[in-house]
Design a binder for this molecule. Structure first.
Ligand SMILES: Nc1ncnc2c1ncn2[C@@H]1O[C@H](COP(=O)(O)OP(=O)(O)OP(=O)(O)O)[C@@H](O)[C@H]1O
Length: 254
């Protein structure tokens, strides 16, 4: 198991925002975290990359129980809003930061590191924008730069908070396709998604969070049904199947 969360509880300001959360993510799968606004998805991701400590429970990443921060940075990469860049850096410099956990103190980038940076830029469609100041990027380009930096870290577990946010349709599909390909090569991918159609199409398994607790876990076919969509997401939708995966036809909000 690549990520194993057991009995996690997170309290902020004395109030519990996650309680008794169990999540297991297998090596080489795309695992989706879905749930309505405020259900605790980002809180769970923040606990995973140790921006907050759970008040109860355990979190194991790539077989390591509570790894130290430096060790964690070598095995897990995350895109998070709080690391958004405000300094005058080029896209290439931002993506290069992804190599830092792999370099020793004062150790310089080698040709192999530069190659990984180039590959990460290419995979996210940013090679042409590599020398631009990140502050001049559009929201979607910034999102792709954050994903490129995470890829440059060459993690075993990739954690992305709403990776399709700000992206036009073409880039949404190309990033989701890229994540599927990376998972086929053995990377464990954990993402939050608002678009349940994407979750149904691209995730191997999903977990539904509702009011800080796990409601259901399983394949999209096992998890998604019209009752759940009504009760948890407050939408009226019809489900069908295409190529063995559920498709959603949303009629509207309840
Ligand atoms: N630092 C904090 N202090 C107090 N409450 C917080 C803090 N961070 C998050 N919360 C609250 O915790 C709950 C869960 O928030 P979280 O961001 O995890 O939800 P989410 O599922 O990611 O939502 P969204 O879909 O809107 O991004 C929300 O009610 C939020 O207001």
């Amino acid at each position: 198991m690549s990520v194993r969360v057991r009995g996690a509880r997170v309290e902020l300001g004395g109030r519990a925002f996650l309680s008794d959360v169990d999540v297991e993510v297998r090596e080489g799968e795309v695992f989706g975290l879905v749930g309505p606004n405020g259900s605790g998805k980002t809180t769970l991701l923040r606990a995973l990359y140790r921006a907050i400590e759970p008040t109860a429970g355990t979190i194991e990443v790539a077989g390591q129980d509570q790894p130290g921060r430096r060790e964690l940075a070598r095995i897990l990469a995350a895109t998070v809003q709080e690391t958004e860049n405000r300094a005058a850096l080029t896209v290439r410099e931002v993506v290069t930061q992804g190599r830092l956990p792999h370099l020793g103190l004062l150790e310089r980038m080698r040709a192999a590191d530069r190659r990984i940076v180039d590959e990460s830029l290419r995979a996210t469609g940013l090679l042409d924008a590599a020398e631009r100041d990140v502050r001049t990027l559009s929201g979607g380009e910034r999102q792709r730069a954050a994903i490129a930096r995470a890829l440059a870290q060459q993690p075993r577990v990739l954690v992305l908070d709403e990776p399709t946010n700000h992206l036009d349709l073409r880039h949404q599909y190309s990033i989701l396709r890229l994540l599927r390909d990376l998972a086929s090569d053995g990377l464990t991918v954990l993402i939050t998604l608002h678009d349940l159609r994407h979750a149904a199409e691209f995730c191997d398994r999903i977990v539904v969070l509702h009011e800080g607790a796990v409601t259901r876990t399983g394949t999209p076919t096992e998890v998604l049904d019209e009752n759940l969509l009504a009760e948890v997401f407050g939408i009226r939708a019809r489900l069908a199947h295409h190529n063995g995966r559920p498709t959603l036809d949303v009629d509207g909000a309840l």
